[in-house]
Design a protein around this ligand. Structure first.
Ligand SMILES: Nc1ncnc2c1ncn2[C@@H]1O[C@H](COP(=O)(O)OP(=O)(O)OP(=O)(O)O)[C@@H](O)[C@H]1O
Length: 302
């Protein structure tokens, strides 16, 4: 658990989450993160100590770290998350209640579902890779704006970066061939939720085994107006100036090294190789989100 995401309610959240998990028959150990890297280490150590279930409580950064802690292990425990961050894209995509109190209440009735994760630059990711202007824009969101305005701050900064974007020559190799051309932004999404906005790839499922690629070719003003309208309608694919396709593997090359933002963190520069690991995690989700599996995998009977 990242206590800084839960702010002044962190202690209260910890206690009620522990009570819910213990009530479902688990013995529970909570470890509080203090800095980058802790969640990854805690998840890995917990798994090596025989944990059946690892729960990441925090924002997408904490979830990403915990996923990295367990994804490379041969025996992976069940995974769950309690959304305490500003955006919580993975929780949104999985249908987990965004209100932490509701998410805790729901814990005992969650059921396991396979979820895809991706691998790029030696790291696992579960949401999105952004390359180009938006990647640089998101990196510049000041901390105080993040807390005051939540997802809006990201969108405002992303939009600002997009408006002033210069294009870059990209070459993309995918499962069915290649694409090359000038682009302002490349988004490689595993889920339908990007920066809290759920209409980017409305058709993306967390277990479809696919990377949903969106190339924004040109962000000059007339196109932007059309694209913004299409984005709000969830019909970005139908707007001009945007290329979309799906693939299991992708190689990205560019005319100059471009910063790669992987699940919200800067993670090297292009060229970049990306692949999907289908159903690599078993994540606990509400039953109506299509979870299932063996009855003894349900938390109450664990
Ligand atoms: N106790 C702590 N105090 C401050 N920072 C921490 C602490 N523990 C972990 N961190 C760092 O904070 C990063 C971001 O945390 P996390 O994603 O959980 O929260 P958030 O920033 O509130 O969420 P969001 O990304 O949705 O805004 C972590 O990846 C880690 O590097």
């Amino acid at each position: 658990m990242n206590p800084s995401s839960g702010k002044e309610k962190a202690e209260e959240i910890r206690k009620s989450a522990e009570a819910a998990i213990a009530g479902a028959g688990y013995s529970v150990t909570t470890r509080l993160t203090e800095k980058a890297g802790d969640a990854e280490r805690f998840a890995r150590e917990g798994t090596r100590d025989g944990a059946d279930l690892v729960i990441a409580a925090g924002g997408d950064g904490t979830v990403n770290e915990a996923v990295n802690g367990i994804a490379g292990l041969p025996e992976r425990p069940l995974f769950a998350l309690l959304p305490l961050g500003t955006v919580n894209d993975f929780a949104r995509a999985l249908g987990i209640p965004l209100d932490v109190g509701e998410a805790i209440q729901a814990l005992p009735d969650l059921v396991p579902k396979p979820a895809d994760i991706g691998m790029a630059a030696g790291r696992y990711f579960m949401n999105i890779i952004a390359i180009g202007a938006l990647a640089e824009g998101v990196a510049g969101v000041p901390v105080e704006q993040k807390s005051a305005f939540g997802p809006l701050a990201y969108i405002a900064h992303g939009a600002k970066a997009l408006f002033s974007a210069e294009g870059n020559e990209l070459q993309l190799w995918h499962d069915h061939g290649s694409w090359s051309g000038e682009a302002s932004l490349l988004l490689l999404a595993l889920t339908n939720s990007t920066g809290g906005f759920e209409r980017m790839n409305p058709e993306a499922e967390t277990d479809d085994g696919l990377l949903h690629v969106t190339v924004i070719k040109n962000t000059k003003l007339p196109n932007l107006v059309r694209m913004s309208a299409a984005l709000l309608l969830g019909k970005l694919q139908e707007a001009g100036a945007v290329e979309t396709f799906r693939t299991k593997r992708l190689r990205v090359e560019s005319d100059r090294p471009l910063v790669c933002n992987i699940d919200g963190d800067e993670c090297g520069v292009t060229p970049l190789e990306v692949s999907v690991l289908p159903g690599h995690l078993r994540v606990l989700v509400p039953a109506e989100e299509g979870g299932g599996g063996e009855p003894d995998e349900r938390i109450p009977n664990a």
